[in-house]
Design a protein around this ligand. Structure first.
Ligand SMILES: Cn1ncc2cc([C@H](O)c3cccc(CNC(=O)c4cc(-c5ccc(F)cc5)cc(O)c4O)c3)ccc21
Ligand SMILES: [Mg+2]
Length: 214
């Protein structure tokens, strides 16, 4: 059997990036996915919005739902202050295996805890397993129909605090209409839409930033 898209992405990183240099890992993936083979990374255009929101929040504890190959994991972890932590949840073992190698290649393994399993099962275990009091920042990029149930689960598990920032990918394409309705109509969130494009294309997409008001 041949290689998978994630495995080919890993090869591109090992061939074109410099070990321990997150920026070169990000560029290698963006080059490969723009010129060779599209893949569902947040990408360079939406990635700049992710970077700016992250720099503004400067989270001590961050959560990512949907690691995939670890592109946004590297984007987030490279901007974390010393001692800050990113927990990323991936249910697909093949994706997780590639992501671990890409995160390690970038030299960010000490800032990242990749947990394998479905978000719905793992979110309620965050406090007991990782001693998390609450998250300062959450990046949603997993199954779009899980954005609402997992946001409600984070609320119910007391993992959001006044000022926690949620940033959701793909609210236009593929779309997360129920999520937009939820955060935009709820008095417990202050939401803002960042218009952009679907990774490596001219198709409209965007990120929704929602601040939990407590
Ligand atoms: C429960 N649970 N817990 C952890 C967890 C982790 C996963 C996986 O990481 C995983 C697997 C498959 C799909 C996704 C969601 N991502 C997407 O579907 C997506 C699509 C497109 C797009 C856009 C246009 C197209 F034409 C085709 C695909 C662009 C994007 O940026 C995406 O993020 C995430 C899944 C459920 C999980
Ligand atoms: Mg996405």
């Amino acid at each position: 059997t041949g290689s998978s898209r994630p495995q080919r992405m890993l090869k591109a990183v090992q061939k074109n990036a410099t070990k321990g240099d997150p920026k070169s890992v990000i560029s290698a993936i963006d080059y490969y996915c723009r010129h060779k083979e599209w893949a569902m990374n947040v990408g360079d255009e939406k990635g700049l919005i992710l970077d700016s929101v992250l720099t503004e929040v400067n989270p001590s504890t961050a959560l990512e739902l949907g690691t995939y190959c670890g592109y946004s994991t590297v984007r987030i972890a490279r901007l974390l202050s010393p001692g800050s932590k990113l927990i990323t949840i991936e249910f697909n073992p093949a994706f997780a295996a590639v992501a671990r190698q890409i995160i390690a290649y970038a030299g960010l393994q000490d800032k990242v805890t990749l947990v394998e399993g479905p978000s719905g099962d793992l979110i309620p275990k965050m406090k007991e397993r990782f001693g998390i009091k609450s998250f300062d920042f959450v990046f949603l990029d997993h199954w779009k129909d899980r954005y609402v149930p997992d946001t409600k689960l984070l609320e119910d598990c007391g993992l959001l605090r006044k000022g926690t920032v949620l940033l959701a990918d793909n609210v236009i394409c593929p779309g997360a209409p129920e999520y937009l309705k939820y955060v935009r109509n709820s008095p417990r969130y202050e939401s803002q839409y960042y218009k952009s494009n679907l990774e490596y294309t001219k198709v409209e997409d965007g990120l929704e930033k929602s601040v939990f008001l407590g």
